[in-house]
Design a protein around this ligand. Structure first.
Ligand code: COA
Length: 417
């Protein structure tokens, strides 16, 4: 029988420590599978049901949240484990609006950076600067961590929009307190407030990207938090993990693919060629969902609606054709199904909203920061289940071996190639 860790509220008494020691003696081989299917902790924040294609934030289905809530409300939900009352929401929104401005030094830093710098790198580099201006940086109470979370959720959109304008030689646009979180970001990017439909659709995109359990970036953030590092350091780690093309970087790669293919009649040879060479069609496939990602279903609808609003269905039709062809060819080649993930339709959605391609991943980040901060607080305060604080996995050494006493050291003058 596998031993149970202490239950919530039981604490880490001597009995529990003894039990964890016995558990580590029973460690099962989980190496070289990229942690697929390995449960490393409990969480109260979200549940990804990869078989049924459901995504639940704090007990609520994202399909209900996108219809009935705003990003601000969802951020509150993720951080506090319950939907806010009208009064709580007003206070939370007010706090976010008050924290949107970024310190002058962040603008100065951006003005000094090469214009070709990737927005994800700028965003990640801005985080420790924001940290050093946070008056509560080293206050590790729960209350202070919530305040730091609010500051990061509020300020990161300002950083991203300002960088886009600065690199283009334009003047950064100050946040507009009259606009929602979603509307204000689009405003700071373009300099004019978005239409109500676009602001609502973008708000939905932010809700859909806000949280996804123990994905690579969230785990990176929690892992750093488990060392007792401060919240900003954990967020910088999460941003680094998100930047890769197998994670948050996939949406920009999808757009590059759409631009490269260009026309529906070029889809079939492109996709077939890609799959036959063992290449990947970005935005397709998922490590957890074995059916359609529910976020892709909602984004497909937004993509089609946006195309109608713009009276140009090109990007929707092209994305749709790539999805159909990839499904068909993947089945022929591998004998199983593949489905679009969250990044597949978000690419053409963001493109049609006028967001530059290399900002797609930063846009993912300005949403996911609400999930990351919720997870980091959960990790810091062991809110789901007590556990040893530090994550410390192990590995089998398979390198050079000369016996238990190690290899003889060769002085530099005696070394040859
Ligand atoms: C997300 C992803 C890493 C999930 O990986 P996974 O479920 O662990 O699956 P694997 O990478 O182990 O792939 C399983 C098989 O499906 C294939 N496959 C997975 N995604 C594929 C894709 N997008 N295009 C083509 N083939 C794909 C793999 O080549 C592999 O084939 P094999 O069994 O013949 O070697 C993977 O689907 C992927 O790289 N997708 C493209 C990048 C992307 O969109 N990322 C965003 C994720 S939200």
């Amino acid at each position: 029988m596998f031993l149970q860790p202490p239950r919530w509220g039981e604490g880490w008494g001597e009995g529990a420590i003894g039990r964890i020691q016995k558990m580590t003696e029973q460690i099962q081989e989980t190496k070289n599978i990229g942690l697929r299917g390995v449960k490393v902790a409990d969480t109260r924040i979200s549940d990804v049901d990869g078989e049924r294609g459901n995504l639940i934030y704090r007990g609520l289905n994202i399909c209900d949240l996108v219809v009935r809530s705003t990003f601000e409300e969802v951020s509150y939900l993720l951080l506090h484990d319950h939907l806010p009352t009208a009064e709580e929401l007003k206070k939370f929104q007010g706090a976010l609006v008050l924290e949107r401005e970024i310190p002058e030094v962040v603008y100065r830093f951006m003005k000094m950076m090469p214009v070709a710098s990737h927005p994800m790198d700028i965003m990640q580099a801005a985080v420790p600067i924001l940290a050093s201006h946070d008056p509560q940086l080293h206050d590790e109470t729960r209350e202070a961590n919530f305040k730091k979370a609010i500051r990061l959720i509020a300020k990161l959109p300002t950083v991203v929009a300002a960088w886009d304008r600065i690199r283009k030689g334009k003047i950064a646009v100050s946040p507009n307190p009259e606009l929602s979180h979603a509307g204000n970001f689009l405003y700071m990017l373009s300099g004019s407030p978005p239409g109500a439909g676009t602001a609502k659709d973008f708000d939905t995109c932010l809700i859909l990207h806000a949280e996804h359990s123990f994905n690579a970036s969230t785990f990176a953030g929690r892992e750093v938090a488990s060392t007792h590092a401060q919240l900003y350091a954990s967020i910088a780690a999460a941003l680094g993990a998100l930047s890769g093309e197998l994670h948050g970087g996939a949406n920009s790669e999808v757009m590059k693919m759409l631009l490269e293919i260009g026309e529906v009649d070029r889809v079939k040879p492109w996709v077939t060629g890609k799959l036959q060479k063992g290449g990947k069609v970005m935005g397709m496939g998922h490590a957890v969902y074995h059916t359609e990602d529910p976020r892709a279903t909602i984004l497909r609808g937004i993509c089609s609606r946006l195309a109608d609003r713009l009276r140009d269905r090109k990007w929707f039709e092209l994305t749709n054709a790539i999805e159909a062809t990839t499904k068909e060819e993947f089945r022929k080649l591998k004998g199983r199904d593949i489905y679009p993930n969250v990044d597949f339709y978000s690419a053409s959605v963001y493109f049609m909203m006028g967001i530059p391609t290399d900002l797609f991943t930063p846009v993912f980040a300005i949403s996911r920061v609400s999930g990351w901060t919720a997870h980091i607080i959960e990790e810091k305060f062991a809110e789901a289940q007590p556990k040893p604080e530090l994550y410390r996995p192990d590995a089998d050494y398979v390198g050079t071996y000369c016996g238990p006493q190690a290899c003889p050291y060769v002085p530099i003058e005696e070394r040859s190639k």
